[in-house]
Design a protein around this ligand. Structure first.
Ligand code: 5AD
Ligand code: SF4
Length: 446
C-alpha cells in the first residue's frame, strides 16, 4: 500500500511531472506517481533536480499540443545541462503522436500503459527510446492508490471509469483514451473512505461520461447507486462528479442528488451548441429541445442546482442562425459559468474526414468572443440571484486578494469569499451572500 502523500527522500531518483488537460489527467498523474514511488522514485517540484521529466499531455485542441512541443524544447535544456536525464511524454498526445514524439523524447506512454513506466524507464538508453501506447479494454488502475498532489488536502479526484464510447464527431478522446470501462465500485468506495480518513472533505468522481458508469458482478451498480454508496460514507464528505452527458443523465441520478445533502448540487452538462442542426452533425445524440427538457427536469427537482457547460464556436458549416441558436440557449438557461472554445479540427476524427473546417478563423473568434461576453452577463445574472441566500461553504484557504478573508465553494460550486474567523482549509462555514461579481459571491458570516 502506498502513502497518500508524496514521499520526500533525497536518496531516491527524482521524477518531475507537469500535467496538462482535464481533471482526469490530474488524477492520472497521481496514479503515475504512485506507480513510480513503488518502483523507488520520489517526486521533485524542481525540474533542475529531476532525473526523469514527464509531461502528462492533452490533445483536445491543437493549441494544447503546440504548447507541449514548446515545453519539450525547454526540457531539452535540462538534458544538455545534466547527462542521463530522461524526458517522457505520457497521456493523450503520446497516444496520438507516438511516431513524431519518439524522434523527440526518450519515452512515450499512453493512458493505459502507466504500469509499464518503471520497466520502460529502466530500458531507456541514449538513441534507444522506449514506447508503450497499447490501449486496453480492462485497465482501470483500480488497485492503485493515487499519491495525492493537491495543495490543501481538502478535495481529491477519484476516477470511476476510463475511456469513452461516444462518437462526438469533433472529439479526439475516444482515439486517445480508448473504449469505456467502469471500475469496481468497492474499490471506489474504499478510496473515498481512505481520503476521508486522511482528512479530505470532498471527492469528485470522474469519467468522460459518468452517467454510463455500470458495474455488473452479481449486483448491478449504476451511477446513481454509486453516488449513493459514496455519499453514505459520511455526511461530512461532499461528493461531486463530472462529466454528465445530456443524452444520458437520468431522473434517477437527479433524484439521488436531491436525496443526499452531501451530494453537491452542481451538474456540468456540456451543451456544445444550441442548434439542433449542429448537434446532429456533432453526433451528440440529443437536440436543443431534449437539452432544455433535461435542464427543466433538473431545476424542477433541485431548484438551486448549479449548472455549467461547455460550448464550441464555429464548428463545420455553422451558420449565423446556428450561432444565434447557441446564444439564445445560453440566454434561456443562464448557466453559472461555461468553458468556451473555438472549434479545432482534430486529425482522425469523424469531422476531420467528413466535414470541412470551413469557418474562417476571424469569424470563429468573433463568435467565440460574443459567446464569452454573453456568458459574462449570464454569470453575473446567475450570481445576483444568490444575494440574500444562506450557504454552507467548504473552506479551501485564504482568499488570493485578501489574506484576512477565506475562500471556498458552495454546494452549487460557486466561489465564495468571506471574513475569516480563524477557520482552516477543510472546515465548513455558514455564510450569507451580500454582493456579487460575475466570478465570486461576496459573503458575510452568520
Ligand atoms: N475543438 C474545440 N473544442 C473541443 N472540445 C472537444 N473537442 C474539441 C475540438 N475539437 C471541447 C468540448 C468538450 C471540452 C472538454 O472540450 O466542449 O466538452
Ligand atoms: Fe483529457 Fe481529453 Fe485532453 Fe485527454 S484529450 S487530457 S481526455 S481533455
Amino acid at each position: 500500500m502506498n502513502d497518500i502523500r508524496p514521499i520526500i527522500d533525497e536518496s531516491r531518483p527524482k521524477v518531475y511531472i507537469e500535467t496538462y488537460g482535464c481533471q482526469m489527467n490530474v488524477n492520472d498523474s497521481e496514479v503515475i506517481l504512485s506507480i513510480l514511488q513503488d518502483a523507488g522514485y520520489a517526486l521533485t517540484e524542481d525540474i533542475t533536480k529531476a532525473d526523469v521529466i514527464l509531461a502528462n499531455t492533452c490533445s483536445i485542441r491543437d493549441n494544447a499540443e503546440q504548447r507541449i512541443w514548446g515545453r519539450i524544447d525547454q526540457f531539452k535544456i535540462q538534458k544538455r545541462n545534466r547527462e542521463g536525464v530522461i524526458i517522457g511524454i505520457v497521456g493523450c498526445m503520446a497516444e496520438r503522436l507516438k511516431d513524431k514524439l519518439l524522434e523527440a523524447v526518450d519515452l512515450v506512454a499512453g493512458p493505459d500503459s502507466y504500469r509499464s513506466l518503471p520497466s520502460l524507464l529502466e530500458a531507456v538508453r541514449p538513441g534507444s527510446p522506449q514506447i508503450n501506447v497499447l490501449l486496453s479494454h480492462e485497465e482501470t488502475y483500480a488497485d492503485i492508490s493515487p499519491v495525492r498532489l493537491d495543495k490543501n488536502g481538502v478535495s481529491a479526484f477519484i476516477s470511476i471509469m476510463r475511456g469513452c464510447n461516444n462518437v462526438c464527431s469533433y472529439c479526439v478522446v475516444p482515439y486517445t483514451r480508448g473504449a469505456e470501462r467502469s471500475r469496481d465500485p468497492h474499490t471506489i468506495v474504499r478510496e473515498a473512505q481512505t481520503l476521508f480518513d486522511n482528512g479530505y472533505k470532498e471527492v469528485t468522481l470522474l469519467g468522460q461520461n459518468v452517467d454510463s458508469y455500470i458495474w455488473k458482478d452479481g449486483e448491478t451498480v449504476n451511477f446513481a447507486r454509486l453516488l449513493a454508496m459514496v455519499a453514505e460514507i459520511s455526511p461530512e464528505l461532499r461528493v461531486r462528479f463530472s462529466t454528465s452527458h445530456p443524452k444520458d443523465i437520468s431522473d434517477e441520478v437527479i433524484h439521488t442528488m436531491a436525496a443526499y445533502e452531501n451530494i453537491c448540487k452542481h451538474i456540468h452538462l456540456p451543451v456544445q451548441s444550441g442548434s439542433s442542426v449542429m448537434l446532429e452533425k456533432m453526433r451528440r445524440k440529443y437536440n436543443r429541445e431534449w437539452y432544455l427538457e433535461r435542464v427543466e427536469k433538473i431545476r424542477s427537482v433541485i431548484p438551486d442546482c448549479g449548472l455549467t457547460t461547455d460550448v464550441i464556436a464555429g464548428f463545420s458549416g455553422e451558420t449565423e442562425q446556428d450561432h444565434k441558436d447557441t446564444l439564445s440557449l445560453m440566454e434561456q438557461v443562464v448557466f453559472d459559468s461555461a468553458f468556451m472554445f473555438a472549434y479545432s479540427e482534430r486529425p482522425g476524427t469523424l469531422a476531420s474526414r467528413r466535414y470541412p473546417d470551413d469557418i474562417p478563423y476571424e469569424l470563429k473568434t468573433e463568435r467565440l468572443n460574443e459567446i464569452i461576453a454573453l456568458q459574462g452577463r449570464m454569470s453575473l445574472k446567475s450570481n445576483e440571484k444568490e444575494i440574500g441566500k444562506r450557504l454552507k461553504v467548504l473552506v479551501e484557504g485564504p482568499s488570493k486578494k485578501n489574506p484576512d478573508e477565506l475562500c471556498g465553494r458552495a454546494s452549487s460550486n460557486k466561489m465564495c469569499v468571506f471574513p475569516s474567523c480563524g477557520e482552516k482549509a477543510g472546515d465548513y462555514c455558514e455564510v450569507e451572500v451580500v454582493s456579487v461579481t460575475s466570478a465570486t459571491l461576496l459573503c458575510k458570516r452568520l
